[in-house]
Design a protein. Structure first.
Length: 426
């Protein structure tokens, strides 16, 4: 058993005394208090595994099993994605899911489980599933937990609401209940009552899911809170609001003015920051009559362009079947095209520069994993390309799902090419 899971499986053979003592201390630490009001689960009530044995006793409550899952998810966040996903398939995770009342592949939670977990436990469960499984795993399990979530009747703490929003965005899981989540946040005082370490991931979550919580963004932030944010957080928050096309809301103005007042000469700029700054610049350029950019930020934009443009040209490129078919079709039409064209500030999959047509092969990563809903960053890319005079032609997996649909997609591309030729000639 890998050491990452070692502390939850109490095997003592071949282990040192120090290891055994550490395991026992951890198990004692998770025993419920005698005065705890959380309903307990007796050993006889514990679920039986497929092997016929009882699961390891991690504690006597469903809530404690969920807390174990969250602890493991927190540890997994620092791991490379392949290792993180391999842990999600390990037996201890399945045991903990059973202990928490959530069977693998379950479509709903029992009423007793919902009552035992409470609102905070449900939020922790969603956070753990997202942290452990990433996009590939636990989709049905998240749907089962979300079915039990009722933002109108259940009392969720603010931090639990932020955790749920992050969990949904982390695995690109769409639910209409995101509107109820935003309303619940507003009823609890809005963004003013969310600490900075929760505000940044909350805005990022709305941006990824491409959901605009207009009622929340009408709020303002306290000046001392904005002043306590480091440049990376300020840039991240501004980028999220640009994805949502909220550059004129008061919160963006406060964040942007604070960033412009900072001395950023010695700021270490990462690739992510450079990318976000370039996209922020495009958003501000497209917004007519926007307030001027400070000289400090002009220098930051220049540095971001210098760092990001070479990276665009060295992005790993994979020729998919859709790419290959589209390129063959363009050659048969006698069209000259460029693969991974970066002249627009984005890496366009297939560009036809003479007609200003951008063919985007939009795979699953451009959409929510469980719905036909385009994610915020992908929507912003299409918007920026359109503002710069490109006609965006999107090809999705559904367009190539059958011979008939692919023929239809190619016919639509031919029509667009003919239309652009006619427009440019006029």
């Amino acid at each position: 058993m890998p050491s990452w899971f070692g502390f939850i499986k109490p095997r003592t053979q071949g282990r040192s005394r120090l290891w055994v003592a550490a395991v026992r201390r951890r198990h004692r630490a998770y025993k419920p208090s005698q005065t705890s009001a959380v309903p307990t689960q007796s050993e006889n009530d514990a679920p039986t595994l497929s092997s016929g044995r009882k699961p390891v006793a991690y504690g006597n409550t469903k809530l404690q099993a969920v807390q174990h899952l969250r602890n493991l998810a927190h540890a997994a966040k620092g791991m490379p994605m392949p290792g993180r996903l391999s842990k999600a398939r390990d037996a201890p995770i399945k045991e903990l899911l059973l202990m928490s009342g959530l069977s693998p592949g379950a479509t709903s939670l029992s009423g007793a489980t919902v009552e035992a977990l409470g609102s905070k436990g449900l939020a922790d469960m969603l956070w753990a599933l997202a942290g452990l499984g990433g996009v590939p795993y636990f989709q049905k399990e998240m749907d089962a937990v979300l079915e039990a979530v009722d933002f109108h009747r259940q009392d969720f703490p603010v931090d639990a609401l932020v955790d749920i929003a992050w969990a949904l965005a982390e695995v690109t899981h769409w639910t209409p209940k995101i509107a109820d989540l935003a309303e619940a946040l507003k009823l609890q005082g809005g963004l003013k009552h969310i600490k900075n370490f929760g505000l940044i991931p909350l805005l990022w979550s709305f941006a990824v899911l491409n959901y605009n919580p207009a009622g929340l963004l009408a709020d303002t932030l306290l000046s001392h809170r904005v002043g306590s944010m480091n440049p990376h957080k300020l840039i991240n928050a501004c980028w999220s609001l640009c994805v949502l096309e909220q550059m004129r809301c008061q919160i963006f103005k406060e964040l942007w003015e604070e960033l412009g007042s900072r001395d950023l000469a010695d700021m270490h700029m990462t690739e992510c920051m450079a990318s976000q700054l370039c996209q922020i610049k495009m958003s501000l350029t497209d917004e007519e009559g926007f307030f001027p950019v400070s000289k400090t930020l002009e220098g930051v934009f220049v540095e971001a362009d210098r760092l990001w443009k070479p990276i665009l040209g060295t992005t790993d490129y994979h020729m998919s079947a859709q790419h290959a078919d589209m390129c063959r079709a363009l050659r048969s039409m006698g069209m000259e095209y460029v693969i991974e064209d970066v002249s627009s500030g984005y890496a366009v999959d297939i560009a036809i520069p003479s007609l200003r047509i951008a063919v985007e092969i939009d795979g699953p990563s451009h959409f929510a994993r469980n719905a036909d809903r385009r994610l915020g960053p992908s929507a912003m890319k299409h918007r920026h390309l359109s503002k710069r005079g490109w006609k965006v032609f999107s090809v999705t997996a559904q367009d190539w799902a059958s011979a008939r649909s692919s023929i239809t997609a190619l016919a639509n591309l031919r029509d667009l090419i003919a239309e652009q030729r006619s427009t440019l000639q006029d």
